[in-house]
Design a protein around this ligand. Structure first.
Ligand code: TMP
Length: 205
């Protein structure tokens, strides 16, 4: 594949959207064609799966079904959008990917990492991000920002301890794969966060 696949991760409210745009602009300034996308979602069909995952339904979503739906959406996104874009030489910047499944469905909801790993190998085979930027901050920082944004989705209503487990799982993954996954301190002022991001991006360019 000609393009590179870069993902942004982190708990709610750490500034992913702002920094996603920043990463895309940096790459574009260097002359790369860039596609920005997100998970769950990213294609019209996968966005319908996202709606199922995030909406508050009368019927509960069992944790195993939530995990399978995440990978169903990912299979659609990967085959219909991400792989074709990379094959055309596009750099793909994705708001969340499979690290989020380990963090939320694994750390948050208690699904085993082995089971998630099996699905990852089944759906993605060898495919992994070239670089993952983990925007890290205490849940108190992020959730304060989310609370001011309006109506909460099915994940945002979770309690502080859920997001603490999500954060710890992300950090464990970063410790296990330090060259792919770079931790950025998202509690710093935006200019400092973006200076760190620029340094990490420059390393892969
Ligand atoms: P977003 O609001 O950042 O777009 O993400 C939507 C929610 O989906 C967010 O709370 C995290 C959650 N999520 C998972 O639980 N597992 C996953 O694999 C992904 C990609 C997202």
């Amino acid at each position: 594949m000609n393009g590179r696949f870069i993902t942004l991760e982190g708990i709610e409210g750490v500034g992913k959207s702002t920094n996603l745009r920043f990463v895309a602009d940096l790459l574009q300034d260097r002359g790369h064609e860039v596609m920005v996308t997100r998970e769950p979602g990213g294609t019209p069909l996968a966005e319908r799966v996202r709606d199922i995952l995030l909406d508050h339904a009368d019927e509960p979503v069992p944790p195993l079904a939530e995990l399978l739906l995440m990978f169903a959406g990912r299979a659609i996104h990967l085959e219909n959008q991400i792989r074709p874009a990379l094959e055309q030489g596009c750099w793909v910047v994705c708001d969340r990917f499979t690290d989020a499944t380990y963090a939320y469905q694994g750390g948050g909801r208690g699904q085993s990492a082995e089971r998630i790993g099996e699905l990852e190998r089944w759906v993605q085979r060898e495919f992994r991000p070239d670089l993952t930027l983990l925007l890290d901050a205490d849940p108190a920082v992020g959730l304060g920002r989310v609370g001011r944004r309006g109506e909460s989705d099915r994940f945002e209503i979770e309690r502080r301890d859920f997001f603490s487990r999500v954060r710890e799982t992300y950090l464990d993954r970063a410790r296990a794969e330090p060259s792919r996954m770079r931790v950025i301190d998202a509690s710093l002022p935006l200019e400092a966060v973006q200076a760190e991001i620029r340094t990490e991006i420059n390393k892969v360019l």
